[in-house]
Unconditional design. Structure first.
Lengths: 915, 220
């Protein structure tokens, strides 16, 4: 099964779907494509009914497809009728011949079949059926022709008509004007037989023919009573005129026609021009306008098309029999008349039955206007000119038979013989002379609606007007004409006019067999169904098709209101809105690709490894070789003790280089003015006192020797102790040298502990006076008032800043926090040997101007000051222990190498042994 | 050795020196006794220093002084200090957080500012200035410093990109540079160790010299 791709979402839908299951879009264009309207003055273009398929909604086409098989079997006799079209104008191209093998494309193809399949027929319809000749009339053909007739021509025609009458009632006028050649006897008989089974209104419908059976000339006395109340006056008058039509038709002599003096001049001229014998409608012709009279004269010419007027016409409306008189095919000739007009003439000539029914038809449409027409028929002197001309025509009854054609009556009257041509209009003269009638004057469309049985009689359907079928003797007036009387009763009721004319026609047409002699020949092709637009024409027959198919479909809905009331499945059965369709089903299954799965697996493994207990790895015990440790300790102790105990001097003091950091340090101290303030920062731990005191003692002594005023501060609590120890050591030296002590307060001030780390240093750098109290003095004593700190208010007031620290970080803090506050004053560093590598970059960058590191630096500085101290004393021990340490490193390295080689050799030997 | 104070000080110095040196034979109670004694004395000394020089001199004497500014500063410091006692209990710990935040914030700010202005910028400029000197040796020194700096930093670059990511190994270029940096690091650590050994050896010499001096004075 081929899927249907949705034009919106592009997804495939199962065949037969009309709405996309995914997006709700329409898969097919369900709307009908309206045909191009035919405007007044345009000639109808013959078309195949198959071409009208596109005007059908999709569901109808689907139904048609579904019924193809049945339609092929049943539509074969109907198919020719489908193609029966009114004779096209000479310029119109002939349509392509239909293909016999292909399935019937006509939407009416299955109509007869559906009728045959009908199981239950309403009583009233059954009665109508029995009234019809042969019991049924093939129905579908009218739709085929109807589809080609636009509705516009009707409106235009109404505008042109002098009466401006409403459409449904005009058939009475038609009949009134009409012909007298109708044979209503059969219809009357059949209607009487069926009167017992029919409802009241149907009975009333059947009765009138009995009343109307009298002489055709009889003016139908019952008609005004029955129909004149419901119908407009003009229609009633027209209906009254109907009984006179048979008389005119039966005796189309000049006696029955109004005299020339009664007719207007133009009508008389028209009458002269016309050769039609239909002088019977002279009565009503007297009221016809001139143009109508001319039209009637023109229509009196032999029709080119076979008479298609069928009983179905009469069953549609009460006045249908008036138009169902087929003109004899022998009278048809190529006189230039349009097809539809020729068909109408043929209808008239073919129906040779006595015009009994016109009374009934006129009764049904007995309106005031018709009464006027009727009166005019009685009195030819009162007949207007146009009506007189109408009466001279034999054809008009075919057109007036259409109840939907309000303009038909004025069109079809034959020109009265006595009408003088002085009053004829030019165009009417032309029309009377046999020129093709314009579409505006065509009464045929209405007549074609009611000519279904023509199909089986035309084996070679063609749009060519003169066909052999046209020569076939038209069927006699069918008993359906009796229904005209019944329809009178119908119309006498409150039924709407359109329904009165519509329902019986359909039913009769559906029940009329195609091959019945009573059925009108295929001349209905000439009857243009112009009363309905094409799309409605295309739709109407489908009712029958739908009724035949509705049994198989459950979802067919009958429209109950609106213009589509009564039709089934016109609208799609999908009542749910597209927005309320079932939402898409999304899979809740997680879509994971390979990469994501790999990552998820990795994460899972990581989590799993976290949950696993890890075995506790016991640290490998370091095996210490106690003898080795003792040996090293002994070596170092000996290296220290021997020089110290023996007082040996093996190692010379380091060389003095004034350009190095120690030399610069000494130079800066030397450059300081004597007695100037110097800030000493003691920030080293007691553990490194042995080293830093040896390095700082020469400097402090140098400062003391220069009588510098010293301010001692420490950012470490233990630094205070170191500074105090330093000063005590200096005091001891001075004491040993018999020099005056260096008194606190005057020569130096211990500012104590500076808390806060870097922040404290920064605060002190910005304001040294935050440290004011000397804990060694009296509480609350302001040290800044002492001699040692005289004139010092900021950090840059000190001649130099000397930091003594064993920690490189401490030295860095002082460098960083006081670099800006010193404002160019030199900063010196006395650091431990372990901090030298970290402080040296600051010396290289110039941030500090001199540096002394460790015992070596102190020894060198003592050399600069020419004052040997403990640093020089320790130098030999230091030298000896350094050599011992170096030897131990070398011996230790050698030992490790030997041990490594030995182990490797042993492993190789073990491998060889194992090998 | 007439001064008993000097004698007692000499004896204690000798005793604690021997106790510390007893570590040669391993961890022993004598060594632990010496360590505990040093720690106790240092802690006592620090407490005394803080109480006297910070609490008394910097705060109490400032509050008692007539200077309103000093009183406000000292009072604020005292209040913040008292709030820090809230850290004792977990329930009131939150109350001391602002004070701790203040301390940490000010300390960090000072450290960052000092590092930027006192170390990073000056050291960078100094490394650049080396190449501006006329002495070729200085330029060579500058090149070595630059190479050492780059190589050392490259050694601590453990980020792997490209094809070497799955294997976890560095590329051959980075391996060479990192090896050079590793050499520089080894030299630096050797220098630091030498300095630490030198400092420790000097302390040992000082202690040995003190013992020798003590005995020399005691014997003489």
């Amino acid at each position: 099964m081929a899927d249907i791709l949705c034009p919106v979402c592009g997804k495939a839908n199962p065949e037969g779907s009309e709405i996309c299951q995914y997006c709700g879009a329409l898969l097919k264009n369900r709307g009908t494509e309206p045909l191009a309207p035919i405007h007044p003055g345009e000639m109808p273009t013959p078309k195949k009914t198959s071409e009208l398929e596109r005007t059908l909604p999709g569901w109808l086409r689907n139904i048609r497809k579904g019924d193809n098989s049945q339609a092929q079997t049943t539509a074969s006799p109907e198919q020719p009728a489908q193609n029966e079209q009114p004779a096209p104008p000479p310029a119109a191209p002939p349509p392509p011949p239909p293909k016999k093998d292909e399935p019937p494309v006509d939407l009416l193809a299955g109509l007869s079949q559906s009728d045959e399949e009908e199981e239950e027929v309403p009583d009233w319809l059954a009665s109508l059926k029995t009234n019809l000749p042969g019991g049924s009339v093939p129905a579908p053909e009218p739709a085929a022709t109807e589809a080609e007739q636009p509705a516009d021509w009707l409106a235009a025609l109404q505008g042109d008509s002098p009466s401006q009458q409403p459409a449904p009632d005009l058939p009475a006028a038609d009949s009134g004007v009409g012909s007298g050649s109708f044979s209503f006897n059969q219809a009357e008989e059949s209607s009487q037989q069926a009167s017992d089974d029919t409802p009241d209104w149907m009975a009333a419908l059947n009765n009138p023919p009995a009343q109307n059976t009298p002489a055709p000339v009889q003016p139908a006395p019952t008609e005004p009573a029955s129909g004149g109340t419901d119908l407009p006056d003009w229609l009633g008058s027209l209906g009254n005129e109907a009984p006179q039509q048979p008389a005119a038709g039966a005796a189309p002599t000049a006696d029955d026609l109004p005299s020339d003096g009664d007719l207007s001049g133009w009508f008389s001229g028209l009458d002269n021009a016309g050769s039609a014998p239909a002088a019977a409608p002279a009565g009503p012709a007297g009221d016809l306008p001139d143009w109508m009279a001319g039209l009637g004269e023109a229509q009196a010419a032999p029709p080119q098309m076979p008479v298609e007027n069928t009983p179905a016409e009469s069953t549609q409306t009460p006045s249908a029999p008036a138009m169902s008189e087929p003109a004899s095919p022998a009278e048809a000739s190529d006189d230039g008349l349009p097809d539809w007009l020729a068909a109408a003439v043929a209808d008239k000539t073919s129906d040779e039955a006595p015009p009994v029914e016109p009374a009934a038809s006129a009764k049904a449409f007995s309106t005031g206007a018709l009464e006027e027409v009727n009166l005019g028929a009685n009195d030819a002197a009162q007949v207007p000119d146009w009506m007189a001309g109408l009466g001279g025509s034999t054809v008009p009854e075919t057109t007036t038979a259409q109840p939907e054609q309000p303009v038909a009556p004025p069109i079809e009257p034959a020109p009265a013989p006595g009408v003088s041509g002085a009053d004829n209009l030019d165009w009417l003269s032309e029309l009377a002379a046999g020129t093709p009638a314009p579409s505006q004057n065509e009464p045929a469309p209405a007549a074609m609606e009611s000519a279904p049985p023509a199909a089986p009689q035309q084996p070679a359907p063609s749009f060519e007007a003169p066909t052999p079928q046209a020569e076939t003797p038209p069927p006699a007036a069918t008993p359906a004409f009796e229904n005209n009387q019944n329809l009178d009763s119908i119309l006498s009721m409150d039924m709407p006019d359109w329904l009165a004319g519509f329902t019986p026609t359909e039913t009769d047409a559906a029940k009329t067999p195609a091959g019945q002699p009573g059925a009108a020949p295929a001349a209905d092709a000439d009857l243009s169904p112009a009363s309905l637009p094409s799309w409605v024409q295309a739709m109407r027959p489908m009712e029958a098709v739908i009724s035949g198919a509705e049994g198989g479909e459950e979802d067919q809905n009958v429209e109950k209101e609106g213009p589509l009331a009564g039709l089934r499945s016109v609208l799609p059965a999908h009542t749910e809105a597209p927005g309320s369709r079932k939402p898409k089903a999304y899979s809740i299954k997680l879509q994971v690709d390979a990469t994501q799965q790999a990552q998820a697996a990795l994460l899972e493994n990581l989590i799993a490894s976290e949950a696993e207990s890890q075995p506790i790895v016991t640290p490998k015990r370091v095996v210490t070789i106690r003898p080795l440790r003792w040996i090293i300790a002994a070596v170092l102790l000996l290296a220290v003790l021997i020089p110290a105990v023996l007082g040996l001097s093996f190692f010379p003091a380091p060389s003095q280089e004034p350009e190095n950091e120690i030399g610069k340090f000494h130079s800066l101290v030397e450059s300081l003015p004597d007695g100037g303030p110097v800030l000493l920062v003691f920030d080293y731990q007691p553990g490194y006192a042995g080293e830093l005191e040896q390095a700082a003692s020469p400097v402090v002594r140098h400062l003391v020797d220069k009588n510098m005023r010293l301010a001692l501060v420490s950012s470490s609590p233990t630094g205070v102790l170191m500074s105090e120890n330093m000063m005590d050591r200096i005091q001891a030296e001075l004491s040993n040298e018999n020099k005056p002590p260096y008194p606190a307060g005057d020569k130096y001030v211990d500012l104590g502990y500076l808390p806060g780390g870097e922040a404290g240093i920064q605060v002190f750098a910005n304001n040294p006076r935050v440290l004011g109290n000397d804990y060694t003095g009296e509480p609350g004593q302001d040290l800044w008032n002492t001699q040692a700190l005289a004139g010092i208010s900021k950090l840059s007031d000190f001649g130099t800043l000397i930091v003594l620290t064993d920690n490189p970080d401490t030295g860095r803090m002082w460098i960083e926090q006081t670099g800006q506050a010193l404002q160019g004053q030199p900063m010196l560093m006395i650091v431990s040997a372990q901090a030298e590598p970290m402080i040296r970059p600051y010396y290289d960058s110039g941030q500090i101007h001199g540096m002394i590191s460790g015992l070596a630096g102190g020894t060198v500085y003592e050399e600069f000051t020419k004052r040997p101290g403990q640093a020089s004393q320790y130098w030999d021990s230091y030298g000896a222990s350094m050599i011992a340490a170096e030897l131990l490193v070398i011996v230790g390295g050698a030992w490790a190498l030997v041990e490594h080689l030995r182990t490797r050799r042993m492993e190789q030997q073990l491998e060889e042994d194992e090998a | 050795m007439g001064d008993p104070v000097v004698l007692i000080t000499g004896v204690l110095s000798l005793l604690f020196t021997i106790l510390v040196l007893s570590y040669v034979v391993g961890d022993n109670p004598a060594f632990r006794l010496a360590i505990y004694a040093f720690i106790g004395v240092a802690a006592g000394y620090v407490t005394a220093i803080v109480l006297l020089q910070v609490i008394a001199n910097q705060m109490i004497f400032s509050l008692l002084s007539g200077d309103l500014f000093k009183q406000l500063v000292a009072g604020s410091a005292l209040l913040l200090g008292l709030i820090l006692f809230a850290k004792v209990s977990p329930r009131t710990e939150w109350f001391a957080r602002p004070v701790v935040a203040f301390l940490v914030g000010t300390g960090a700010a000072a450290a960052v500012a000092g590092a930027m202005l006192g170390t990073i910028y000056p050291q960078t400029m100094a490394s650049i200035d080396i190449f501006g000197q006329d002495d070729p040796l200085k330029k060579l020194e500058g090149a070595v410093v630059l190479a050492g700096t780059v190589a050392t930093l490259a050694y601590f670059q453990f980020t792997l990109v490209g094809k070497t990511t799955p294997t976890g190994n560095r590329g051959w270029v980075m391996r060479i540079v990192a090896f050079v940096g590793q050499v520089f690091i080894a030299i630096t650590l050797g220098a630091l160790f030498a300095g630490a050994f030198s400092a420790a050896l000097t302390a040992l010499i000082d202690r040995v010299e003190s013992i020798v001096l003590f005995f020399d004075q005691f014997l003489h």
